[in-house]
Design a protein around this ligand. Structure first.
Ligand code: PDD
Length: 279
């Protein structure tokens, strides 16, 4: 495996950044996970838009232009013979002696890796996944795709230990924000698709954006608004979306079956629509 690190292509095992990189010391950086389907970077422009926005919000200079980033992405994919999986891009404020305030002259650091991954199997899709709910203990700018993911890691680990694959995090008012690495969706008893609106409270998933486009095209009734855990437990269907999961049915929340305990019809229809979009 080959990784890109600050201008060089290196064997994965030898690829390293400096110990005083601010990403390492302060989680002072941002990242993107871009799905690769049949050799194509899915919704690449939307991912680059979000990357630029994350950098801008943290006042980190874009280390290179879009075209350069695209060239490097393709080179990393080519060197790894990647057809299906994802591209990981990370940018930090760079290396500087440890000091909380921004360094005067640090150069943003860029890392890219790829990982082979097959889309979920038919069996996995038919089973759906269990999720649990946990308090959302993150900061107030979850719209920035920052590498500061400790609360997400703690919640995902707790989900794993509970036999679930994702944790839906719940804000102080009892409303679900999103999963630790996915967006959260439900379908109500009267067939209304609901997902939280893209404010500072959640990461505006690229899969979420792409799916909302399909939803509109398919004539599905939908509402962008917060929903409570109670509403989710009483939902007819539920699912999660992300670059690594596409659309994944949720069949259980906090140990309670959702709907008939099997993936919902609308959920599977939307998965098909998303897959058609990336094909
Ligand atoms: N996670 N919400 C959070 C908190 C996320 O970290 C992610 C993505 C999403 C879904 O966004 P998208 O559809 O753009 O992948 C929602 C990536 C996959 C990760 O951290 O691995």
């Amino acid at each position: 495996r080959i990784a890109y690190v600050n201008g060089r292509y290196l064997p994965h095992a030898k690829a390293a950044v400096h110990i005083e990189d601010r990403g390492y010391q302060f989680a002072d950086g941002v990242y993107e996970v871009v799905p690769v389907h049949k050799g194509i970077l899915v919704d690449e422009e939307l991912h680059l838009d979000r990357l630029e926005r994350s950098l801008r919000e943290l006042r980190i200079a874009m280390p290179m232009g879009r075209e350069a980033l695209k060239l490097i992405s393709r080179e990393v994919m080519r060197r790894n013979h990647l057809n299906n999986g994802f591209l990981y891009m990370q940018m930090t404020r760079g290396v500087a002696p440890r000091d909380h305030k921004f360094p005067a002259a640090a150069k943003p650091a860029v890392v890219m890796t790829v990982r082979q991954m097959k889309p979920a199997s038919k069996e996995k899709l038919e089973a759906g996944v269990p999720v649990i709910t946990l308090p959302d203990i993150r900061w107030a700018r979850r719209d920035i795709k920052s590498v500061s993911l400790l609360p997400n890691c703690l919640a995902k680990q707790q989900a794993h230990e509970a036999g679930a694959v994702e944790a839906w995090m719940v804000d102080g008012d009892g409303y679900v924000t999103e999963g630790t690495s996915t967006n959260a969706w439900i379908v109500t008893a009267d067939n209304v698709l609901v997902t939280r609106s893209a404010t500072h409270d959640i990461l505006n998933g690229i899969t979420r954006i792409a799916l909302l486009d399909r939803v509109a095209a398919e004539g599905v009734t939908f509402e962008e608004r917060p929903f409570t855990v109670e509403e989710a437990l009483n939902a007819k269907e539920a699912f999660i979306t992300s670059s690594t999961n596409y659309v994944m049915p949720v069949t259980e929340i906090d140990g309670r079956a959702i709907g008939n305990g099997h993936p919902g019809l609308l959920t599977m229809k939307l998965r098909d629509a998303y897959v058609a979009h990336i094909e």
